[in-house]
Design a protein around this ligand. Structure first.
Ligand SMILES: C[S@@+](CC[C@H](N)C(=O)[O-])C[C@H]1O[C@@H](n2cnc3c(N)ncnc32)[C@H](O)[C@@H]1O
Length: 457
């Protein structure tokens, strides 16, 4: 792996860098890590695995498995995430010891690593808006958020400017910015060929534009978390100085343990604190992150009055599927309904004025000619009732289900709708008829890969 010489030269002046150690680290296989779902990962899962020091739910795997053929991944028991970027979890716990009722924006959210982490961190009264401007990437983000299963985590697909119009609405904005990607060289060699000093400049200019466009949406006293997977100071320390110079933002330092190997840096002009991750100093890839607080500026506008569209009469149908904490049912496309937390309808009506909401809470399905037809989202919801008609699948059946193939009626299945589970984790719905089953996995969710059954079973 031939690393760009201009990058190595520039990094000579960056604290914690060592050209020889850095180059040597790029000859090593990158560690594989996952972050477990606090409510979905089976009990004792990950017990024998090394923990990621800065993230309670993070674990290193001894080697990279073929994740596609693990039904637990499809059911949302864990998310495959690079370990350094899990430091967001530590920052959140440091800045918000009690995260209550926060409105949070993850601006550059696909494929969903930071958003799934945020969703697990926030309390039920908080609302997470995950945005991804690129349409097809927003689709992948939607799938990953559906697997994670929270009704207070919504997805939109907009330009940062649209979100910036929601003056002072958010308590926290996370900008995991598109960048030149040098931090991921070890995982993706193609990124080396795409790297150039000119591209670093282009990325820095785009980062400034994105931040400038979205910052009006951060309320006074709210926090901005900015991160990249680039080593270039133009995209890291110099962006911190740009932020401090252009906006009323001040540094929020966090305490880190020395033995974690994270490098604390401060920006040259305004002394803002940031945290750098180098692969020769810790078990993770290149990453940079900083937190700033908005000292003054926009305050949230009161939410406008709205006419409720809660479908009260439909709720009766859903009560048998969802735990009866408080949710509202709103009409969705194709005669379906979506469940959102009670108390968030005003936010829904407000947000709709500014953004295209692709996913609002949990799509629960809709009334069919004879009965309620449950939607796939519902099977993956963390609020799904424990007492539902459920049938446990073995590995072969689970993989056939996830390939959207048919298989013999599993033992324990009853006529009608059954939730299929693997190791107790909901994967989706089947409908059992007299002499066969119908597999209700959405077509675009299916595993397309040919499975080598002999090695897997
Ligand atoms: C570093 S990735 C985000 C990774 C994600 N936060 C995660 O943890 O899984 C940056 C994202 O920014 C998006 N992006 C690209 N150009 C953008 C722009 N002009 N404004 C906002 N987002 C943009 C990319 O499509 C990409 O999904």
């Amino acid at each position: 792996m031939e690393l760009p010489i201009q990058l190595l030269e520039e990094l000579e002046s960056v604290p914690g860098f060592s050209a020889s150690d850095f180059t040597e680290a790029h000859r090593q296989v990158p560690p594989t890590s996952i972050r477990m779902h606090p409510l979905k990962a089976p009990v004792h899962y990950g017990e024998n695995l090394d923990a990621v020091p800065w993230c309670n739910a993070g674990r290193y795997l001894p080697e990279r498995p073929l994740f596609t053929v693990d039904p637990l991944l499809h059911g949302g028991a864990y998310y495959v995430q690079e370990a350094s970027s899990m430091f967001l979890d530590y920052i959140l716990r440091s800045v918000y010891p009690e995260p209550e009722g926060l409105r949070v924006l993850d601006l550059c959210a696909a494929p969903g690593g930071k958003s799934t982490l945020l969703a697990s961190f926030l309390d039920e009264r908080s609302l997470l808006i995950s945005n991804e401007v690129i349409r097809n990437r927003a689709g992948i983000l939607g799938e990953n958020m559906t697997r994670w299963g929270y009704k207070n985590a919504w997805v939109c697909s907009n330009d940062p400017k649209d979100l910036g119009k929601m003056q002072g609405y958010f308590d926290l904005i996370v900008v995991d910015a598109p960048c030149s990607g040098s931090g991921l060289f070890r995982k993706d060699e193609r990124a080396i060929a795409e790297w150039s000093p000119e591209n670093v400049q282009l990325c820095a200019a785009r980062q400034q534009r994105i931040l400038h466009d979205v910052l009006p949406a951060l309320k006074e006293g709210g926090c901005l978390i900015y991160a990249t997977c680039s080593y270039s100071p133009e995209e890291d320390e110099q962006i911190m100085d740009f932020l401090a110079a252009q906006f009323p933002l001040e540094s929020v330092p966090v305490t880190v343990q020395d033995d974690w190997g994270i490098v604390r840096v401060t920006s040259a002009i305004h002394g803002i604190n940031g945290y750098r991750f180098f692969p020769h100093r810790l078990r993770g890839e290149g990453f940079f992150i900083t937190v700033l607080r908005k000292a003054s500026g926009e305050t949230a506008m009161p939410l406008p009055k709205f006419k409720s569209v809660h479908a009260r009469q439909m709720a009766v149908q859903i009560d048998r599927f969802l735990e009866q904490d408080s949710y509202l049912l709103l009409p969705a496309e194709n005669n379906q309904f979506m469940a959102i937390p009670a108390g968030m309808e005003a936010d829904y009506h407000y947000l709709k004025q500014f953004v295209y909401l692709r996913k609002t809470g949990i799509t629960v399905g809709g009334p069919g000619p004879k009965e309620w037809i449950p939607e796939h989202d519902l099977a993956l919801s963390v609020d799904l009732r424990k007492q539902l008609q459920t049938v446990e699948l073995d590995l072969e059946q689970a993989l056939l289900y996830l390939k959207k193939e048919t298989f013999a009626t599993p033992a324990g299945a009853v006529k009608g709708w059954n939730l299929v589970t693997y190791k107790g984790l909901g994967l989706g719905w089947i409908k059992v008829l007299d002499n066969r089953i119908n597999n209700y996995l959405p077509k675009n969710w299916r595993i397309r890969m040919d499975i080598d059954w002999e090695t897997i079973l």
